[in-house]
Design a protein around this ligand. Structure first.
Ligand code: 5GP
Length: 201
């Protein structure tokens, strides 16, 4: 789902959309990139998924009830939203505005539908797909996390196979075999984008 025409946010910084199959390790990579980069920030999504242990409201996600999420869809508060693994996730217009108003770059962590919805809405974003080295590695990571039950892991693995196929639609693909290399790769993409943006007066 996307925003209506004429409602595109005034983005001053660049927008980076990062997708990866669940368990692809994108959180770890993004955290490291953002820790070292003073000019970029993480855009916090809203979700109806219950918080995992240690997750903080407003920092990891804005945790909303089904009713509240639906109310906000109707009120047009989302730039995009999607049903991912049976829960709703979305990017709040207010969150995008908060970051871009400061002129900083924003990193959004979206599923593939979210990337497509932004693209179809004509929103300019650099899209990065983070690949696990293999499906086996992905499953091992999901199990290692210890917070997903068997049924959830099966759903996420099925979705992962379809998501891996979608990598062709992204501007860049980063393989997350070694975290430091993946971080350096994402930093190279960010750096290139900033040099490209510098063409504009
Ligand atoms: P998790 O439940 O593991 O935190 O996230 C599950 C998936 O939801 C992730 O793969 C992530 O890319 C996706 N996701 C998180 N926030 C958003 C969002 O705002 N919009 C969309 N479309 N997907 C999101």
């Amino acid at each position: 789902m996307t925003m209506r025409d004429g409602e595109k946010p005034a983005v001053h910084g660049s927008l980076f959309v990062v997708s990866a199959p669940s368990g692809g390790g994108k959180r770890t990579v993004l955290r490291k990139v953002l820790d070292r980069d003073g000019k970029a920030e993480y855009g916090v999504s809203a979700t109806t998924r219950p918080p995992r242990p240690g997750e903080v409201e407003g920092q990891d996600y804005f945790f909303l009830s089904q009713d509240e999420f639906q109310r906000r869809i109707k009120a047009g508060e989302f730039v995009e939203w999607a049903d991912v693994h049976g829960n709703l996730y979305g990017t709040l217009r207010s969150e995008l505005k908060r970051v871009t108003a400061s002129g900083r770059d924003v990193f959004l962590e979206l599923d593939v539908q979210g990337m497509r919805n932004l693209r179809n809405a004509g929103i300019d974003a650099v899209s990065i797909f983070i690949m696990p080295p293999s499906l086996d590695a992905l499953e091992a990571r999901l199990r290692g996390r210890g917070t997903n039950d068997e049924r959830d892991i099966a759903v996420r693995m099925r979705n992962a196979e379809a998501e891996l196929d979608a990598r062709k639609e992204f501007d860049y693909v980063v393989i997350n075999d070694d975290v430091d290399t993946a971080v350096a790769d994402v930093e190279a993409i960010v750096r290139a984008r900033r040099l490209e943006s510098a063409r504009q007066p």
